[in-house]
Ligand binder design. Structure first.
Ligand code: ADP
Ligand code: MG
Length: 402
């Protein structure tokens, strides 16, 4: 069943309650809050511009930081309203109260195409508790609800889920629609070969994803710290590499599952190892282990090695669908970024549908300047993983069916 899209709503003159993800990183400088990365705000612009062009009166709801259900001006959204004004070249009104007479009065004065941002919804404990009265109070400020906050869709909060029950129509915004199109649509019947690249810090974070994708993928390419838990589970030396010692049985279970399903599950054949985690470290490549040597004693594996890079690039070149979650090394430090970079270049150059999910993976791809060359970079960290796992996201479930 498909969800209602904002594109099929007639919103002229309507008060549209738009939930977005404006939870941007900031820093304090000279007594002012500065937004250090406005990507999330920019991601919401297509929906916002669409609503403005259609003559809606847009009332934006967002959360920011963790004020834990109390008013804390450290987490005010006012600077975001100012920044948004410059991005859209139009004054964005700001309501210092989330619900009640203050926003009601401001909204009553709005004209078609006007935009107002409500103060941080998490100033009310009822938001995260998904309290019905609060959801209804939010809903009373508008006529229809549009949810574009994919990054918060795995949370059943008042402004992401509860509110939908109190409005006539609840539609997905353009960003939400794109997220679902790629993470659900494209992955439900992927063009083959379907190659999944998995890395990052822990196997335990990704078990659900691995198991769900085991039903679909042709090949897994494993890297990152999680690779060494699989090494250890097979008796390959791991030196000082990061290993989840309590997940060895799980790793073996996954390897057996891949084998029984005929899914190719590739682990690094060599690695970069170091004795020092720093930006000036000079890691060395381990030998290629065909049952022979893994990571040296006293050394830590921090990236996949050159032989592995070559092997993975070949796999990627013939893929028709690539899903990537989790960096293949400690890419934050230049000496350990080569593997992740080289694989990212191969993904970008492949003719496949290429989907990047996961906060750090998307950061890596952006850092390499390759984001525009991917089919899609998801804006959701936890939400993307849960969707890929096949879980129902409350923020999506609450939307109207068409
Ligand atoms: P994502 O956010 O894309 O889902 P994760 O949060 O699972 O990714 O993992 C990202 C982190 O994994 C990065 O900070 C990276 O430094 C770390 N990492 C990758 N490879 C290794 C490794 N070999 N050893 C230790 N940490 C690693
Ligand atoms: Mg992460």
């Amino acid at each position: 069943m498909a969800k209602l899209s904002v594109r099929s709503l007639s919103v002229k003159g309507q008060r549209v309650l738009l939930r977005v993800d404006f939870n941007v990183p900031t820093e304090e400088k000279d007594g002012r809050t500065r937004i250090t990365d406005d990507t999330r705000i920019r991601e919401s612009l297509p929906t916002l511009k669409h609503l403005i062009a259609e003559g809606a009166r847009v009332v934006i709801m967002a959360h920011f930081g963790r004020p834990k259900g109390a008013v804390n001006l450290k987490y005010t959204l006012r600077p975001v309203a100012e920044h948004l004004s410059t991005l859209i070249g139009k004054t964005v009104l700001f309501s210092s109260e989330v619900i009640g007479e203050v926003p009601r009065g401001l909204i009553a004065e709005m004209q078609d195409g006007d935009v107002l941002l409500l103060e941080n919804v998490r100033f009310h404990a009822e938001e995260e508790a998904n309290e019905a009265g609060f959801a209804a109070a939010l809903a009373s400020l508008g006529d229809v609800f549009v949810n574009d906050a994919f990054g918060a869709a795995h949370r059943a909060h008042a402004s992401t889920a509860g509110i939908a029950a109190h409005v006539g129509k609840a539609a997905m915004g353009l960003l939400m629609e794109k997220e679902l199109q790629y993470l659900q649509g494209e992955l439900s019947e992927p063009a083959r070969p379907f190659v999944v690249i998995l890395g990052g810090s822990k196997v335990s974070d990704k078990i659900g994803v691995i198991k769900a994708l085991m039903e679909k993928a042709n090949t897994f390419l494993i890297g990152g710290a999680m690779a060494y838990t699989f090494f250890k589970a097979q008796g390959i030396p791991t030196g000082n590499s990061r290993v989840e010692a309590d997940k060895l049985d799980l790793a073996r279970e996954i390897l057996a599952l891949a084998e029984s399903k005929g899914v190719r599950f590739l682990l690094p054949v060599d690695n970069l190892e170091t004795q020092e985690i720093s930006a000036t470290a000079q890691p060395r490549a381990t030998g290629v282990h065909g049952g022979a040597k893994g990571v040296s004693e006293g050394w830590e594996a921090v990236d996949i090695g050159p032989e592995t890079v070559a092997l993975y690039r070949t796999e990627i070149a013939s893929a028709k669908t690539v899903l990537w979650n989790g960096p293949l090394g400690i890419f934050e430090l230049p000496p350990f970024a080569a593997g992740t970079r080289s694989v990212a270049e191969a993904v970008a150059a492949s003719g496949a549908v290429t989907i990047i999910g996961g906060g750090d993976s998307v950061t890596a791809v952006k850092q390499f300047g390759l984001a525009d060359r991917m089919s899609f970079c998801s804006t959701g960290g936890g939400a993307s993983l849960e969707l890929i796992e096949g879980k129902v996201l409350p923020g999506v479930a609450a939307l109207s069916e068409v």
